[in-house]
Design a protein around this ligand. Structure first.
Ligand SMILES: C[S@@+](CC[C@H](N)C(=O)[O-])C[C@H]1O[C@@H](n2cnc3c(N)ncnc32)[C@H](O)[C@@H]1O
Length: 308
């Protein structure tokens, strides 16, 4: 039997979620209704991402299933991220596996992903080499691999758990050729196959100050890896290392693209513009007008490639 909206359990749990669910601004797709439907589908044996649930038909649950659903709703209201309950998350049109092993990909990071695709297109390379540092669950690397199928894509993360999840995601989306390796920032690519050969270097690093991470809401602080957020005392520790390491990897004319936190865009643009290793710097703004992505083109002129 299919469940309709006036099913008593659906009505009861929907009313509870409407009263109590707090949706975080960086997970804007979640509503009480689609949260409930995702959890319902999960109990029925169909783990779905939010983008998939509208088309799904919810089936009647037996008594044990109804109890399990109540528990899941309670867990969500106790700040467990929906993606951790369902094990699924949308990103740039892909459905990915999600878990506590890595950051749940955010909608806002799609700005970086789409900007990367535009730059890949602009390089005109027949088989562009793309490297994604701080890859987490592999969302950016895999979105590039799916949307730019000619690219040869690699990803890395310092967290072995994140790398394992990224590898699972590569199989899950049908791109097992995307290679994920563990290591500290650019170190895994310190090899002649990569040095001076990368067309597009991507990074969504941790960029929140250590003190601020301690004050983040419970849904993030208690469930997602601190490593994914903590950018050191001023939030820019990894960002500054990235600016230093990127020129060695990029080929002349290649692009570095990375995400920044609110308020970091202006100062980072200035810093990049002062580095001789980069010839061109672009600030990319979100719909609210905030700079959230920076793009910098590696200088093509010999002799200006000394690091910062
Ligand atoms: C903000 S998350 C980004 C995850 C994913 N790329 C995304 O866009 O959703 C930052 C990631 O950087 C990783 N990380 C932190 N420090 C690192 C380092 N020194 N070297 C490599 N990765 C690091 C974390 O493990 C985490 O997966």
């Amino acid at each position: 039997m299919k469940v309709c909206m006036d099913h008593p359990l659906h009505q009861e749990l929907l009313a509870r979620l409407e009263r109590e669910l707090e949706v975080l601004p960086d997970k804007p797709d979640e509503t009480p209704r689609n949260t409930l439907d995702c959890l319902w589908a999960l109990v029925a044996g169909h783990p779905l991402a939010l983008s998939q649930v509208e088309a799904a038909e919810l089936v009647e649950l037996d008594r044990a299933g109804q109890e399990r659903l109540r528990q899941l709703v309670a867990s969500r209201l106790a700040n467990m991220p929906l993606a951790h309950l369902t094990g699924r998350q949308d990103f740039m049109g892909l459905v990915l596996l999600a878990s506590q092993a890595a950051l749940v990909p955010r909608r806002e990071t799609e700005l970086l992903g789409w900007s990367v695709l535009a730059k890949i297109e602009s390089t005109g390379a027949a088989r562009p080499l793309v490297v994604d540092l701080c890859t987490g669950c592999g969302n950016l690397a895999l979105a590039v691999a799916i949307h730019a199928p000619r690219a040869s894509v690699w990803g890395s993360d310092v967290s072995p758990q994140a790398v394992e999840l990224a590898r699972e995601n590569a199989r899950f989306v049908g791109r097992p050729d995307v290679t994920f390796v563990a290591g500290d920032l650019a170190e895994p690519f310190d090899h002649p196959d990569f040095l001076g050969r990368v067309d597009v270097l991507i990074c969504n690093p941790p960029y929140i100050s250590s003190a601020k991470v301690d004050t983040m809401c419970a849904e993030i602080r208690e469930h997602e890896p601190r490593l994914a957020f903590d950018g050191g005392p001023f939030g820019v520790q990894i960002l500054l290392r990235l600016l230093k390491d990127a020129p060695r990897l990029l080929k002349p004319g290649g692009w570095l693209l990375f995400e920044v936190g609110l308020g970091q865009g202006g100062p980072m643009h200035k810093r990049l513009a002062g580095l001789p290793a980069f010839a061109e710097v672009e600030s990319i703004r979100d719909v609210k007008g905030d700079i959230r992505v920076l793009a910098a083109r590696r200088s093509a002129i010999a002799g200006v490639d000394r690091p910062a």
